[in-house]
Design a protein around this ligand. Structure first.
Ligand code: IPM
Ligand code: MG
Length: 368
């Protein structure tokens, strides 16, 4: 298979973790006879430094013309960086929102899975986690309050700001379908999360989701209010299979879900549109404080590359192999600093990538 991948290294630890994911992709290409070509797309703070804006039209075109995009992380230290001394639409994060909108990536898939090897890192009590949990958040990504009208105005000396939260039924329908399709490949349970006791957008959300599920008779749907969901995630995360929710609720709940895995450095994500094109990125940020030190955990980005192979290129076997390689390397006790516990072997960013590549090679020698 021949595919063209746009790589966005971004800022902070971005270049280091993307380099390891590329190494793994190249290893896969070699072992399974694929050709992956790459295009570097400059985005985020580094683009502000080079071009004076976080995402130029030329770079956006490059991303659009690829078969899939792999992103490290964008942004810097909000308190100190010069990238934040400009209006919001000129900051690094604005590039991410522009990219999502322009590429029509309305479905954000964020798995939160507790690795058995990393149970000690989970902040929840043993009796709460039991034998672990495995859930996925399906977050609407191009609507709601993130993209509504905004205004800050001063009238009679009083400054007032507003952000509009709007959804139309089509936006809700297409994300609901995605969630039900994903649930079909899993345990077939969807909890749709809203704030229908207060918000009109949520009442419409609940109505449309309840209609769409009729086309998915094998899937079970229930509804939960977002405040309750925040509580249930720490009380009993095992109850969840697929959580379907709107943009901002998904932003907040997905951080909570990643925290309870105890290892944000392990979590991948995919942002998808209608076709096979997608943007893949780790769930964590750019961690400027540890950038350039070869200590960041590249696993979330490597697992994002696995998701890329699965969702955009339909290379299921190759994706499985990467996930298995990650698990095996953890079994052998290798850990980057963020997931290190007593008795394990501490490795750096590059070594972690190499270990995963080595496992892929060995596995291929044995099983082809
Ligand atoms: C995320 C991030 C972004 C979001 C920020 C950086 C704009 O928090 O991907 O979850 O809020 O969507
Ligand atoms: Mg977020």
């Amino acid at each position: 298979m021949k595919k063209h991948i746009a790589l966005i290294q971004g800022d902070g630890i971005g270049p280091e973790i993307v380099a390891e994911a590329k190494k793994v992709l190249n290893q896969i290409a070699q072992l399974y006879h694929h050709t992956f070509t790459y295009e570097m797309v400059v985005m985020g703070g580094c683009s502000i430094d080079l071009f004076g804006e976080p995402l130029t039209d030329e770079m956006l075109e490059k991303a659009k013309n690829s078969d899939a995009v792999l992103l490290g992380a964008v942004g810097g230290d909000v308190g100190n960086s010069k990238w934040y001394q400009v209006p919001p639409q000129a900051r690094p994060e604005a590039a991410l929102l522009k990219l999502r909108k322009e590429l029509h990536l309305f479905a954000n898939i964020r798995p939160a899975y507790l690795y058995p090897q990393l149970q000690n890192a989970c902040p929840l009590k043993k009796e709460v986690i039991g034998d672990g949990f495995d859930l996925v958040i399906v977050r609407e990504l191009t609507g709601g309050v993130y993209f509504g009208n905004r205004k800050t105005e001063t009238i009679n000396g009083i400054t007032r700001a507003s952000d509009e939260m709007a959804y139309d039924e089509n936006e809700i329908r297409r994300i609901a379908k995605k969630a039900f399709e994903i649930a079909r490949k899993r345990r077939k349970q969807v909890v749709s999360v809203d704030k229908a006791n207060v918000l009109d957008t949520s009442r419409l959300w609940r109505k449309v989701v309840s209609e769409v599920v009729k086309e998915y008779e094998d899937v079970t749907l229930s509804h939960m209010l977002v405040d309750n969901c925040a509580m249930q995630l720490v009380k009993n995360p095992k109850q969840f299979d697929v959580i379907l929710t709107e943009n901002m609720f998904g932003d907040i709940l997905s951080d909570e879900a990643s925290m309870i895995t105890g290892s944000i450095g392990m979590l991948s994500s995919a942002s998808l549109g209608e076709g096979t094109f997608g943007l893949y990125e780790p769930s964590h940020g750019s961690a400027p404080d540890i950038a350039g030190k070869n200590i960041a955990n590249p696993i979330a980005t490597i697992l994002s590359a696995a998701m890329l192979l699965r969702y955009s290129f339909d290379l299921e076997k190759e994706a499985d192999c990467i996930e298995e390689a990650v698990s095996k390397v953890l079994d052998e006790g290798y850990r980057t600093a963020d997931i290190f516990t007593e008795g394990c072997k501490l490795v750096g960013t590059e070594e972690m990538g190499t270990l995963i590549c080595n496992y892929l090679k060995e596995h291929n020698l044995k099983y082809g």
